[in-house]
Design a protein around this ligand. Structure first.
Ligand code: 4AD
Length: 466
């Protein structure tokens, strides 16, 4: 086969060499009949290509053909790398390609529902352009999602989905190195796993069933099956009613569950070490991606400590009180209050990543272990990035009688979780775990304002296509 070079790798080191590249046409610009320019794009990198009839490099017909190709068409180009005197504006690569041959591979429609250049502009850039009298259409979220395959071509989106892959990768690698086993639990289950309100119900060959709202019950049963420490990366379904910036109806859950020897802090230790390693790795290995995202959506790098801050729920309530925010000491914190607490924590401890633990039992699911010293509280925690929740976790009830009582008290149909409760009747070790929302981690690490930006093809209460 022929030797191909990636657009992102065409640089000065290839000066005077002939290279073969494939990419999309970002822009074309004829200059009279004898010269034409086009910008070729591959994976967010762009390269200026020059067509000139001088020295018989290409024909006039070729200049005409190339500069009339529609934007976003795919082409192959063979050309010679040259280094111009002045810096090149409007392309990532600082060399040019003197075109010798160009082949059309796939034609895009002459007018597209989204202009990629416009879709890639930052808000500040758009404001400036509009003030300067430029004619330009702001590409709104819905249009982006309706034509997601076009929207995905922007450099920021290229960065986002590579970061997402890296988050998942580090989650897996880290837990493997800590002795966790990767598992897959069923997504078709008999009852709800996180309470009835937000469950998708379906017909399972004539029997009622649900789409799993989490791997919760089965990851615990894997512990009862002596797998010791387990993790799962898989889809999670929630029939959310509310249309918010951080709720999807389908998202990717990063879940872990482990035996506990002494205290639920063992689970928090795993979260602490895992996420510090994750943030370090993203900052170190994903600079290009983070830069591409920041260009369109400017953000400050996440502030986090080498040892993750842990506050008790009571301490959090106290901090809020001192700042004049009164909350129910045994109730839940709403989104606004969580944000406020995030700000207070940042001021006091200089971190945007922290753990809040020992939540009131009343606001946690039935499978959560009550605190041994005070059953008004529980051995549970939430984790926050920039004041928003990304994780919840806890020690679980491994005593079957207590589990039944708790479930019944919360109005859960015991029949639907019978086999789950039975799992603890054959002897079960103390255990705990946590669940992370992948899209939320990426959204908040990059300080993005909407979870739809970090879901490839988001499913929300109003959207099930494309
Ligand atoms: O807080 P949640 O509901 O907890 C559980 O599912 C437990 N079984 C976890 C555990 O092991 N104790 O969900 C866990 C995480 C949340 O912190 C959030 O990041 C994410 O999943 N999440 C959502 N992400 C996107 N859209 C939604 N509708 C989400 N609901 C929860």
């Amino acid at each position: 086969g022929r030797k191909w070079t990636e657009v992102g790798l065409v640089n000065e080191s290839l000066k005077d060499k002939t290279v073969l590249v494939r990419g999309r046409i970002q822009t074309t610009r004829p200059v009279g009949k004898n010269i034409g320019f086009l910008v070729l794009r591959e994976k967010g990198f762009t390269l200026q290509c020059v067509l000139t009839v001088a020295d018989n490099l290409v024909s006039r017909q070729m200049v005409k053909f190339a500069t009339s190709l529609s934007k976003e068409s795919h082409v192959d180009i063979e050309g010679i790398v040259s280094v111009p005197d002045a810096p090149i504006k409007g392309a990532t690569q600082q060399v040019e390609l003197q075109v010798r041959k160009i082949y059309g591979i796939s034609k895009a429609l002459p007018t597209l529902p989204i202009n990629i250049d416009d879709a890639a502009r930052s808000e500040v850039d758009i404001e400036k352009a509009l003030q300067g009298g430029e004619q330009l259409v702001r590409v709104n979220q819905d249009t982006r999602l309706n034509f997601r395959v076009l929207d995905l071509r922007t450099p920021a989106n290229q960065g986002i989905f590579r970061i997402q892959c890296q988050v998942e990768n580090i989650f897996r690698q880290f837990l493997l190195s800590e002795g966790f086993v990767g598992i897959h639990t069923p997504k078709l289950i008999a009852g709800s796993s996180e309470g009835g309100a937000s469950v998708f119900r379906l017909d399972y060959k004539g029997r009622p069933a649900c789409l799993a709202q989490s791997p919760q019950l089965h990851k615990q049963m894997a512990i009862c099956g002596d797998l010791g420490r387990v993790f799962e990366i898989g889809p999670v379904f929630r029939a959310e009613d509310s249309f918010t910036h951080r709720h999807l109806c389908e998202f990717t859950g990063l879940d872990a569950e482990m035996e506990i020897k002494e205290h639920y802090s063992e689970v928090m230790d795993v979260v602490d070490h895992l996420f510090v390693a994750m943030f370090d790795s993203l900052n170190e290995n994903c600079q290009k991606e983070l830069e591409a995202i920041g260009k369109q959506y400017p953000f400050e790098p996440l502030k986090y400590l080498r040892k993750t801050l842990r506050l008790t729920f009571e301490e959090g309530v106290q901090m809020l009180k001192e700042a004049g925010v009164e909350v129910d000491p045994l109730g839940d914190l709403n989104t606004e209050v969580e944000r406020k607490l995030g700000k207070l924590v940042l001021e006091k401890y200089d971190t945007e990543f922290y753990l809040l633990h020992r939540y009131p039992l009343a606001v946690r699911p039935f499978y959560t272990m009550p605190a041994y010293d005070n059953p008004a509280y529980s051995n549970s925690f939430d984790v926050f990035i920039r004041g928003e929740e990304i994780i919840s976790g806890a020690q679980r009830v491994h005593v079957p009688e207590l589990l039944s009582t708790r479930a019944e008290g919360l109005g859960i149909d015991l029949k639907s979780i019978e086999t789950y409760i039975d799992a603890f009747r054959y002897g079960a070790p103390p255990h705990g775990g946590f669940g992370v929302g992948l899209e939320r981690v990426v959204m908040l690490f990059c300080a993005l304002n909407n979870i739809r930006k970090t879901s490839l093809f988001p499913r929300d209460p109003q959207r099930i296509t494309p």
